[in-house]
Write a protein that binds this ligand. Structure first.
Ligand SMILES: [Zn+2]
Length: 339
């Protein structure tokens, strides 16, 4: 008989400790009406051992789907009997945004990936992020947050993370991120925004990994595969799953960094964006990346957007309609993996 996962009203009642697998729907009360955002969470507590915990999160942005699909599949497939340690799975962290298919929550207009560390008395997104900060992070060593470009950007398939002052933590994050087998690993600037889920996790010393595994509000089969198989590889590497790490995709991986905000170029004006260069292209300085069209005068020349420097096109604006100030493209430089 079909039975839905239980609704948990008292979040302290989640059982993270008893061996086994348990599905929950966490009830975060609405701010506007009697009712709840029912946030899915699955606990997989291995039968034996004390491997470090791993959290895998999708749906932090509701219009990015590879993480939602891959983490849901992990909820079905992982078997506690064959595992050690704790896995916490949240396939639709911003459940309201996921149901609406939007980047931010329609309930409070908040971008979940700017809402950390959260607030127990804030609006719904802040209360969910506060739950992750106070109930999930303390139980895990590795935090994986799977994204995709949404309507914002196209990235080559990449796992992403920040440059950190702690060289050992940075090297361990890079090594764990490589287990996803993506052709690119992207080290992005922490100055671009604040309040990210991974900001909070890395500040706590966690192995915090993001990823951009699709674009355009679709489901990329390759992106789902990297998210799913890569998460299993992390569980193998950290001893939660038996067996050796398995290769995913090609052997070549490139580490690209863009530490300077100068390399995140905003659109000079509103327009229709016509990309010319493909993500992952190796650009020469001055090379054409795309054109911005102004249809208020159809006889006008488009603005040619050219590379301000040589490097790798690691992100490019995705949608056609572009507004002044939105990031049009990011150029990074290839660098060595930390040893
Ligand atoms: Zn995202």
């Amino acid at each position: 008989m079909y039975s839905e996962p239980p609704v948990v009203y008292d979040l302290a009642a989640i059982d993270f400790d008893t061996p086994g697998k348990r599905h929950y729907r966490l009830a975060f009360h609405l701010d506007s009406a009697w009712g709840y955002s029912l946030v899915p969470l699955t606990v997989v507590r291995g039968a034996a051992g004390s491997a470090p915990g791993v959290a895998v999160i999708g749906g932090t942005h509701g219009n990015e789907y590879e993480g939602q699909v891959a983490v849901k599949r992990l909820c079905q497939d992982l078997e506690a009997e064959t595992m050690s340690g704790l896995v916490v799975l949240m396939p639709q962290l911003s459940e309201s945004a996921c149901r609406a298919g939007t980047r931010v929550s329609p309930l409070d207009g908040v971008n979940m990936n700017r809402a950390f560390p959260g607030n127990p008395r804030g609006t719904i997104s802040y209360r969910i992020s506060n739950f992750v900060k106070t109930q999930v992070f303390p139980r895990v060593r590795v935090v994986i947050d799977i994204h995709a470009g949404g309507r914002e950007a196209v990235f080559p398939l990449c796992m992403s993370f920040h440059r950190l002052p702690d060289a050992a933590q940075f090297a361990e994050i890079a090594a764990a991120a490589r287990l996803f087998g993506t052709p690119f690993l992207f080290v992005y600037s922490r100055q671009m925004a604040s309040g990210l889920l991974t900001d909070e996790a890395e500040d706590e010393g966690k192995i915090a990994i993001g990823g951009e595994l699709g674009s355009g509000e679709t489901v990329s089969p390759a992106g789902v595969r990297h998210a799913y198989e890569g998460s299993l590889n992390v569980m193998r590497r950290y001893g939660l799953l038996p067996g050796e790490v398995r290769p995913i995709g090609g052997a070549d991986q490139r580490l690209v960094q863009a530490p300077d905000l100068e390399d995140y170029r905003p659109s000079p004006r509103d327009g229709i964006w016509e990309p010319v260069a493909a993500p992952a292209a190796n650009l020469a300085k001055g090379e054409l990346i795309g054109r911005l069209h102004d249809f208020s005068d159809h006889s006008s020349q488009p603005i040619e957007i050219r590379a301000h420097r040589a490097g790798v096109l690691i992100a490019c604006y995705s949608a056609a309609v572009c507004h002044k100030g939105l990031t049009l493209f990011v150029i990074g430089e290839e660098t060595e993996f930390p040893s």
